[in-house]
Design a protein around this ligand. Structure first.
Ligand SMILES: Nc1nc2c(c(=O)[nH]1)N[C@H]1C(S)=C(S)[C@@H](COP(=O)(O)OP(=O)(O)OC[C@H]3O[C@@H](n4cnc5c(=O)[nH]c(N)nc54)[C@H](O)[C@@H]3O)O[C@H]1N2
Ligand SMILES: Nc1nc2c(c(=O)[nH]1)N[C@H]1C(S)=C(S)[C@@H](COP(=O)(O)OP(=O)(O)OC[C@H]3O[C@@H](n4cnc5c(=O)[nH]c(N)nc54)[C@H](O)[C@@H]3O)O[C@H]1N2
Ligand code: SF4
Ligand SMILES: [Mo]
Length: 684
């Protein structure tokens, strides 16, 4: 038999900064190798260890193969069913609920970040096509920070990450790219080779901090106080860029007056720093230096994350570090996500986004799900989401889920969320489907083509949407508006607008099969100084913030946390060899990581009589875990740092709203990093 070799283009669609372009090599219909795509000038043909191990993901022995039904929820007794039967069961349930309530509002969708490919928006498209439905709205990830940018700049934009190389000073505020954004490290190194100073500000002496020139161990949540101290110091020493302020900003006087009211000692106490540190860092903001700040997402999953970010924005504007090469605040962008979104425009006549979706708070989902009435939620569709593991309020959430009449989960694996479902549908990976995937970090767009046929009976989220719409309409004509007859080529083609073609410099989307393309956005964000705020300027003072009941200027919210002396801040960071709950089942990645640990500062370990590897009970009002301890001096003393599966941590984390998030995502973000626990030694 002749050997059939194939080389195909792919994108890693995970919720990750890099959105790597990949090349798949297959032989006789089996994927045999995955490499990075050198045509992608940001990632330069390199992948992270997760990417290099995609074969173990695609051919994982535990991958779901067939649709399955659980005889009784939670029983673990799964019966293989056909697609026909699965779609029939689901559609009949949707119709039954409609007949009960004369609306589809009892049908809800919870989808988040399992796959960022734009064809996966078909899931929302299918829901939009049903008239009125319920939907988890919000973001557990980044929305507080996005709002800060919207208040200050009017929108969130990034420079090309390569701009890191042009900076004289790089300040990383609560970002750990050595673990979470590995492809940026080459640019940090290149900057340092040029003589740039790298400052890392983090409560944890992270793998990234180890690469820095200056490490500031910040008290968690106190970056705002620190940034305002720097701003006050620069103001008092006449080190502001008055020309930039005059030309491009609004509200300087109000911000200056506010800085003048602040008490230096209060702020120093808040961020637990000495004034020498302020002076040392302030020197770096010398007006002849190009300063670039990178704010991580972990930074703003915090009670006052949005305000803290506004304080950094303000510091950068005061020193004119916006819009020039090697300056700016890097956080995230979605300019390159502006496809036509035709796949979402499936609303029934008279409906649109504002009246077709009944929102349910994604971060307070457990409570909202329970309380939403008229009609209550009866059917929940879960896609691209490990809801139970990644959400706060786990106990309450489990209870709320138990009340539902039907839960359907679409996934590649039998996650704990899938285990709570009635029906589980197996879905394809990015090696088995067509897609286009944008990045929230860089401006490259890559295409994803299938390398192999779908694994056993798995189907893509798009195919599943089509099957549902088709069956519903067969059972009840006109029930769904989803255009199930379209081909995948049509769906993709419709997403590309003339503007996107121009930005990409191509005439047809299939040209992406020749290699990824960079959208021609300015290399430096805001280099035209045309800000998207109402005033067209950078706004130290935001009227929109006032309208949204927020302080108009970056405020130091001195933390009213009432932390008791025996409590620790429970910090759960993102791991190196997993991506949220994904890749935890890939043995070769987890060999070193099988056991979960909590890191405790040696000072407190001694105080509690805890020795290396002792078991401790970590607990609060919401839950508890028993876990082994590692002693360290590399963390801010009053935190416990949990390394491991978010799922375990989330048994002890209630819903804690961040200070912002409503503008960008509809609801407040989730302050995963503002939760407190107690500890006790487990005596055996
Ligand atoms: N390998 C890997 N890559 C990932 C992910 C993953 O799970 N694994 N997840 C992806 C996703 S979904 C996201 S959101 C991003 C997250 O990417 P990052 O934001 O880089 O990661 P986090 O671990 O959430 O937080 C970064 C740092 O913020 C610090 N931090 C916490 N609170 C504060 C604070 O108040 N002030 C300061 N200065 N620092 C603070 C933490 O100690 C941590 O070192 O990464 C993406 N990439
Ligand atoms: N304690 C704590 N909890 C956190 C965080 C934290 O820092 N601390 N971080 C938060 C953050 S930043 C985020 S972004 C969220 C992430 O929350 P989620 O988006 O729920 O994260 P994942 O764990 O990546 O789960 C995604 C699921 O989608 C599945 N999947 C992958 N590809 C596809 C596909 O093509 N189709 C379908 N249908 N499914 C697919 C995966 O197998 C996986 O089960 O978690 C939040 N939870
Ligand atoms: S997880 Fe991130 S770095 Fe790794 S292959 Fe995927 S996009 Fe690239
Ligand atoms: Mo995230």
């Amino acid at each position: 038999m002749p050997v059939k070799q194939k080389k195909t283009r792919h994108v890693c669609p995970r919720n990750c900064y890099s959105t790597c372009a990949m090349i798949g090599f297959s032989v006789n219909g089996r994927l045999v190798k995955i490499s990075g795509d050198k045509a992608h000038e940001y990632t330069k043909g390199k992948l992270c260890p997760k990417g290099y191990n995609y074969l173990s993901y695609v051919y994982h022995p535990e991958r779901l193969k067939f649709p399955m039904r659980q005889t009784k929820r939670g029983s673990g007794e799964w019966i293989r069913i056909s697609w026909n039967e699965a779609i029939d069961l689901i559609c009949k349930k949707i119709l039954e609920l409609y007949d009960r309530y004369y609306t589809n509002l009892s049908v809800a969708l919870n989808k988040y970040s399992g796959n960022f490919g734009i064809m996966h928006n078909s899931v929302e498209g299918f829901f939009n096509s049903l008239g009125q439905t319920s939907r988890a709205v919000g973001s557990p990830c980044w929305s507080s920070g996005l709002d800060a940018f919207i208040y200050d700049y009017g929108d969130y934009r990034n420079s090309d990450p390569e701009q890191l190389m042009n900076a004289d000073v790089i300040v990383l505020w609560g970002a750990n790219p050595v673990w979470t954004s590995i492809h940026s490290i080459q640019y940090l190194y290149a900057a340092r080779e040029r003589g740039a100073v790298l400052v890392v500000i983090d409560p944890v002496y992270t793998a990234t901090a180890k690469k820095s020139d200056i490490y500031v161990q910040m008290a968690p949540g106190a970056d705002g106080a620190f940034a305002l101290l720097l701003a006050k110091h620069l103001l008092e020493n006449n080190q502001l860029d008055m020309e930039f302020i005059a030309q491009h900003t609004k509200g300087f006087e109000a911000f200056r007056d506010y800085l003048n009211t602040l008490d230096i000692n209060d702020l120093l106490k808040e961020c637990k720093q000495s004034y020498e540190v302020i002076e040392r860092i302030a020197q770096l903001f010398d007006l002849k230096n190009r300063v670039l700040s990178w704010v991580g997402f972990g930074f703003q999953r915090n009670l006052n994350g949005g305000q803290n970010l506004r304080a950094i924005d303000a510091l950068m504007a005061l020193t004119g570090n916006i819009g020039k090469e090697g300056t700016g605040v890097q956080y995230a962008q979605q300019c390159s996500w502006r496809f036509s979104n035709q796949i979402l425009q499936t609303f029934q006549s008279g409906y649109h986004e504002a009246n077709a979706i009944r929102p349910i708070h994604m971060n307070d989902f457990a409570r909202d799900l329970f309380y939403v009435k008229d009609p209550p939620i009866k059917l929940l569709w879960i896609s691209c989401r490990n809801l139970l593991e990644q959400s706060p309020d786990q106990r309450q959430l489990r209870k709320a889920l138990e009340e539902l009449e039907m839960i359907v989960t679409v996934d590649q694996f039998m996650t704990p969320t899938a285990q709570l479902s009635d029906i589980v549908l197996p879905t394809t990976t990015n090696f088995e489907e067509w897609d286009i995937v944008p990045s929230y970090w860089h401006h490259w767009i890559s295409i994803n083509e299938p390398a192999i046929s779908p694994y056993y009976e798995s189907k893509s989220d798009l195919e599943i949407s089509c099957l549902l719409a088709k069956r519903l309409n067969a059972l009840r004509p006109g029930f769904s508006n989803f255009p199930y007859e379209k081909t995948i080529e049509q769906f993709i083609e419709e997403e590309f607008t003339e503007e996107i073609y121009q930005l990409l410099g191509i005439h047809h989307w299939k040209e992406l099969l020749q290699g990824p393309r960079r959208m021609r956005f300015p290399k430096v964000a805001w280099s035209d100084y045309q800000f998207s705020t109402p005033s067209g300027k950078f706004e130290f003072y935001s009227e929109i913030a006032i309208q949204n009941q927020k302080p108009p200027i970056a405020m130091c919210m001195l933390q009213k946390r009432n932390k008791k002396s025996h409590e620790f801040l429970f910090l759960v960071n993102h791991g190196q060899f997993n991506l949220n709950s994904q890749f935890l089942n890939i043995d070769v990645l987890q060999n070193e990581n099988k056991e979960q640990f909590v890191l405790i500062h040696s000072y407190y370990a001694q105080k509690y009589g805890i020795k290396q590897y002792d078991q401790i009970r970590v607990f609060n009002h919401y839950g508890e875990i028993i876990v082994k301890c590692l002693l360290t001096e590399n963390i801010y003393p009053e935190i416990l740092l949990f390394h491991g599966n978010h799922a375990i941590a989330n048994s002890m984390i209630p819903f804690i709203p961040t200070d912002m998030g409503e503008v960008s995502s509809g609801y407040s973000g989730m302050a995963f990093n503002s939760n407190y626990v107690q500890i006790e030694l487990v005596r055996i």
